[in-house]
Design a protein around this ligand. Structure first.
Ligand code: CP3
Length: 358
């Protein structure tokens, strides 16, 4: 009864029954939990079929559609988590920033932020474009068994700021770095605004039923360690602390940060998501006593099944059955991937890791 009154979806039972939540807290599991970044997406014919009728933003705007896309991979594979279908750039709509997705080119920001005055023109957020995400989470949570964790997510401030400043994807992040290095106080004001918005967005997701939150700092690896520590880390750390305060574990994912994973761990995240540019055991040494997520190169899903299994086995052997490993790719599933390869991988991770523990 007391539990009911708290209205808490993170009941003790869920803690016991969800291998992914257990791994976040470095508790023992019967088999290694596995989910894949971009597990919903273009490699699935059923996703492509929906995309013929709706744009990416339309999918995000309609909770039933976003929930449907989220659930597509769960119908095919015994995954341990569902990541809610949205995009890290969705929150910029709450700041009145025009956003579109150009075919084959990725995101396009209508009015990039290129000077301090543009930062000061950012209006107070109107969160209504984010409400459908919360509604999609409610639908997905109700559809899935307790065993499957629902993951909410947001972009971390640096990666989000890089899109706002560059106007889209980038190779060198020259505009972003110039802004950060020459307009330091405006940079801090920008990160401040993004941090506040992100905290509110994640609270919305947690209240709707997200049991874990992943922060995507996909492009943090563009920075030198000292710049990351000084100009990015404090804001990411604030978001992590705000979510953890709700009793929800946080995964911080980045790529290209193998040289400073200790700093990424300083975000205070429960779980550090790592890419494939470092071996899992070495990454684990670098982050110390916390959980780890990763880190198979997604390209292995394009290789012959036996080689895919071997590469996955190497990741699992490096984890060596230690509590606190969540199996994932080192970045998202490539659109060229065969759905059958994903089936092989998920089955292998479960079977092999269960065997190691016998
Ligand atoms: O299954 C899931 O992972 C959930 C859905 C999800 C999407 N984007 C949907 C999407 C998630 C978690 C994201 C995160 C995201 N979006 C990141 C961080 C993860 C990463 O890959 O580093 C970034 C950097 C973005 C920004 C973004 N969105 C880019 C660069 C692109 C274009 C590149 C591409 O993959 O096409 C997008 C578009 C996008 N977001 C697609 C999907 C399924 C593909 C486009 C489509 O369906 O038309």
């Amino acid at each position: 009864m007391a539990k009911e009154a708290e209205g808490d979806h993170r009941s003790d039972d869920a803690m016991v029954n969800s291998p992914l939540l257990r791994a976040c807290r470095r508790k023992t599991v019967d088999m290694t939990p596995v989910w894949l970044m971009r597990q919903a997406g273009r490699y699935l014919p059923e996703y492509r079929a929906l995309r013929e009728r709706y744009s990416l933003l339309e999918l995000c705007r309609h909770p039933e559609l976003a929930a449907e896309v989220t659930l597509q991979p769960l119908r095919r594979y015994p995954l341990d988590a569902a990541i809610i279908f949205a995009d890290i750039l969705l929150p910029v709509l709450a700041l009145g920033v025009p956003l579109s997705f150009a075919e084959g080119e990725g995101p396009v920001i209508g009015a990039p932020i290129r000077d301090p005055a543009a930062v000061d023109r950012i209006p107070e957020p109107d969160e209504s474009p984010l409400w459908p995400v919360a509604e999609a989470i409610r639908i997905v949570r109700a559809e899935l068994p307790e065993r499957v964790a629902v993951i909410g997510f947001a972009g971390a401030p640096f990666t989000l700021a890089s899109y706002l400043i560059e106007g889209g994807s980038s190779r060198q992040y020259v505009r972003t770095k110039r802004f950060l290095l020459t307009e330091r106080s405006a940079w801090e004001r920008l990160l401040e605004r993004l941090t506040e918005l992100t905290i509110r967005y994640l609270m919305l997701q947690v209240r709707a039923g997200a049991e874990v939150v992943q922060l995507f700092d996909s492009w943090a690896g563009a920075l030198a360690p000292a710049v990351y520590r000084d100009a990015v880390l404090p804001w990411t750390r604030r978001i992590v602390a705000a979510v953890r305060e709700l009793g929800v574990p946080v995964i911080v994912f980045s790529t290209g940060t193998a040289g400073y994973l200790d700093l990424v761990a300083d975000t205070g995240a429960d779980v550090i998501g790592v890419d494939w540019r470092i071996e899992l055991d070495r990454a684990w040494n670098a982050i110390g006593a916390r959980a780890i997520q990763g880190n198979l190169d997604p390209a292995w899903l394009l290789a012959p099944a036996e080689d895919l299994r071997k590469a996955a086995r190497d990741v699992l052997d490096r984890a060596a059955g230690r509590p606190g490993h969540i199996f994932n790719l080192g970045h998202g599933v490539l659109p060229e991937t065969s759905p059958d390869a994903v089936a092989i991988l998920v089955e292998f991770v479960h079977e092999y890791s269960a065997g190691v523990r016998d």
